[in-house]
Design a protein around this ligand. Structure first.
Ligand code: PEP
Ligand code: MG
Length: 780
């Protein structure tokens, strides 16, 4: 039998149908309303490669030295080609197509998704890409199934299996084929409060397909439903500007504007809320654990698309099929409505050493979460190839070229750097736990040693923690469906430094981007601007900037995105090709960077301004310009005149400055007179320059105190002056993510706070608390 129907699947079929298939089967079996479908079993994959006679060639193709990147790439290409280009044997083809014809009316749109089988469960990414294809019809069904199978042989998956000593020929994969529901309304539901566990259901709902909610494209309505009291349902109706729907002509999912009359209308009727609550209770009872459910409503009928436990289940994953199944349910790959927007981050399952309590390396916790994995010492770029999915990168200092490896790592540990170093910023944005500034990680830790790091405490211990619930999946923490975005008068924005993080940042529900650093876009070119322009021309340089900024501006539109002009110190640029032309400076932090450099090289600065001009021309009126490291009004007037020269009208666009030096704090009144719209505290630099503490020097890291009274006094005075002159104030340094700073700033009357991606939700709540207290105090 090539396929198993969802209603005939039980937990015992896990090996044949994989975690996802078993989860949907279990829900169907429990009588819950799941859209119909079937699973192309792992055995069918096996029959396919054997009957078609490609099995031997396939396993030979992937038997390569995975440390040789070229050989690995060739192996993956060959294996995938073998699978995708081999026709189905007749009997299998007929069985799969016949099953498809039984779904819906025979011409149904289905979702086709890979489902990792039991052997793969310790790490979902082990099975490869976790492919998802939406809106598939008969014509492309078999091709899509083969593409799911081929995802077993991505470079990453081959590398990982080899590293872990798994036999390629022992690994199987199943494929779920399920009818897509053409939802009128959809969303997510937490059956209990996701952080406190209180008996409160939280439902988020929007018009159309659930993808809009899951991807953060729309702010959904929010319903908070007490389960054990008669208290009223707390409803927050959002303005829903867009919806995702199926295009009738192509079957593709497209974004459409919500008709005017439905934008502010409540999505869910009382009876629908009741139906959802009933469903939520049944699912929670069934699993005996709070669930995170994706649902959809079509013609008044409620469907469940996916259900996962809210907390990671503390069970020995290998103990029983049931335990395996729960692991399968925890698979963060999304359901029918979405194949993207979440990432898997998991630890390696190798050398399962019990963790000891002894801290073997100590540094600064710079990106929250804990991670376990094999340490991979990276001392040169060639070493990056050995970093597999789930490993921990251990290096002196990260560099832009390391970003792809940082993405697949489960954690990062560096010798050098402070809370605002490249390693700290990028790992936070990627959601990878990190410890920086340890001084000695690369010499104390050994290649392959299994370690656990705590990105909050800054500790590294030997071995792997035995409590899976302590291993966080940071990307999951900011999933857009986290409930209840509090309404605040003070805006809460988010910082972005790598365009790849834009989607994750937008999904936080932040009110905009308070700081988009452009340095990382340039650093990833691996050439200084001068060298890049010499080799590729001015236009290509401008295009690079436009593309990088546009990715973020698009993701947030119409929410504002404050883009900072280039602020790269000479020591960072020296690492790039062409870096030999950088001046050799005794102290780069006090040197040739920020606006000083831009004003000194108006020819180079003009390209940045041209990028802004093009963006405005393209309609990105949400883009704002922010000037770094200004000292006084003279800097501002000079920059403003260059903006005019570049065809940007400073009276029409929003632009402003960073307050990063004590001089700029003291000169803000004059800068207000020069026409700035906003002043944003760069507390990383403001602290460094006020206290004379090099922000990247781990030897004085304990003296780096953004809450020092001197720093706070400068900030308080600037806010007061700006309020008098109608200039907005903001913070975009790291300190904006700290509750103490948030309390201080809201009390002082700051206009907005820009936080790290992982801190946005907490900052929103802190701001709300302070604002409520201020309101209460004023009426008492
Ligand atoms: C700052 O100085 O606080 C800031 C946000 O800028 P950067 O960290 O890029 O210097
Ligand atoms: Mg700065």
């Amino acid at each position: 039998m090539a396929v198993l129907w969802l209603d005939e699947i039980s937990a015992d079929d896990l090996e044949q149908v994989g975690g996802k298939g078993a989860s949907l089967g279990e829900l169907t079996g429990a009588g819950l309303p799941v859209p119909p479908g079937f699973v192309v079993t792992a055995g069918t994959y096996r029959s396919f490669i054997e009957e078609a006679g490609i099995d031997e060639e396939l396993f030979e193709a992937v038997d390569v030295d995975v440390e040789d990147s070229n050989a690995l790439a060739d192996a993956a290409d060959r294996a995938q080609e073998l699978i995708t280009e081999t026709p189905f044997p007749d009997d299998l083809r007929e069985e799969v197509l016949e099953a498809y014809r039984e779904v819906g009316d025979g011409d149904a749109f289905v979702a086709v998704r890979s489902s990792a089988t039991a052997e793969d469960l310790p790490d979902a990414s082990f099975a490869g890409q976790q492919e998802t294809f939406l809106n598939v019809t008969e014509g492309r069904l078999l091709e899509r199934v083969r593409e799911c199978w081929a995802s077993l042989f991505t470079q990453r998956a081959i590398y990982y299996r080899q590293e872990q000593g798994f036999d390629h020929s022992a690994v199987n994969i199943a494929v779920v084929v399920q009818q897509m529901v053409d939802a009128d309304k959809s969303g997510v539901m937490f059956t209990s409060h996701p952080s406190t566990g209180e008996p409160t259901m939280i439902v988020e709902a929007a018009w159309g397909l659930g993808e809009a909610v899951v991807s953060g494209a729309v702010s959904p309505d929010n319903y908070v439903i007490p389960r054990e009291s008669d208290d009223e349902v707390d409803v927050t109706v959002a303005e829903k500007k867009v919806m995702h729907v199926k295009d009738e002509a192509t079957g593709e999912t497209v974004e459409r504007e919500v008709p005017e009359e439905k934008r502010d209308r409540r999505v869910l009727e009382d009876e629908e809320i009741e139906a959802l609550v009933d469903l939520g209770e049944r699912v929670e009872d069934h699993y005996d654990q709070p669930q995170d459910v994706e649902w959809a409503i079509v013609d008044g009928d409620v469907y469940m698309l996916q259900s996962r436990p809210i907390t990671t289940i503390d069970e020995d994953a290998s103990a029983s099929a049931k335990a395996d199944l729960t692991e399968g349910l925890a698979d963060p790959t999304k359901g029918v409505t979405d194949g993207s927007g979440t990432a898997t981050t998991s630890s390696t399952e190798s050398a399962d050493t019990t963790a000891s309590d002894e801290v073997i390396v100590d540094g600064l916790g710079s990106s929250p979460g804990t991670a376990s994995g094999a340490a991979k010492i990276v001392s040169k770029l060639d070493d990056l190839a050995k970093v597999g999915e789930g490993d921990v990168i251990v290096t002196e200092m990260t560099m832009p070229d390391m970003v792809p490896a940082m993405k697949r790592a489960s954690g990062i540990v560096t010798d050098e750097g402070g809370m605002t170093s490249h390693a700290a910023i990028v790992s936070r944005e990627l959601g990878v736990p990190a410890v920086v500034g340890t001084t000695n990680a690369t010499s104390v830790l050994e290649d392959g040693q299994v370690i656990t790091l705590d990105g909050e405490k800054g500790h590294v211990i030997e071995g792997k923690t035995l409590e899976p619930e302590e291993e966080t999946e940071p990307v999951e923490e900011v999933r857009p469906q986290s409930p209840v975005k509090p309404m605040t008068a003070t805006e809460v924005k988010v910082n972005v430094s790598i365009p790849e993080a834009a989607e994750r940042a937008a999904a936080t529900g932040a009110d905009g981007v308070g700081l988009l650093r452009t340095e990382h876009m340039i650093l990833s070119l691996n050439q200084t601007p001068e060298k890049f322009i010499r080799e590729n021309g001015e236009d290509e340089y401008v295009t690079q900037l436009v593309d990088g900024i546009r990715g973020v501006a698009d993701e947030f539109y119409p929410r504002p995105v404050r883009v900072r002009t280039l602020d790269a110190p000479t020591d960072e640029f020296r690492q790039l090709e062409g870096g030999e032309d950088e001046p050799d400076e005794h102290n780069p932090m006090l040197g040739y960077r920020g606006i000083r450099r831009s004003l000194d090289r108006p020819d180079v600065f003009a390209h940045e301004l041209e990028a802004f001009r093009r963006l405005y021309e393209m309609g990105y009126d949400n883009v704002e310009i922010m000037l770094p490291l200004v000292n006084d009004a003279e800097d501002v007037y000079a920059a403003k005149s260059l903006m005019r020269d570049a065809g940007i009208d400073p009276d029409k666009r929003k632009w402003g400055v960073m307050i990063e030096t004590p001089a700029s704090a003291l000169a803000v009144e004059e800068m207000a007179a020069a026409g700035i719209d906003f002043a944003s505290f760069g507390t990383n630099d403001l602290t460094q320059y006020t206290l004379a503490v090099d922000r990247n020097n781990e030897h004085v890291a304990d003296r780096f105190d953004e809450l020092h009274p001197a720093v706070l006094r400068l900030i308080g005075d600037v806010i007061e002056t700006c309020r008098e002159h109608d200039v907005d104030t903001s913070i975009c340094g790291q300190a904006g993510s700290k509750p103490e700073m948030v309390r201080f700033l809201v009390n002082e009357g700051i206009s907005s706070i820009s936080a790290n991606i992982d801190a946005v939700r907490d900052v929103q709540h802190e701001v709300k608390r302070v604002e409520q207290k201020l309101l209460l105090d004023s009426v008492r």
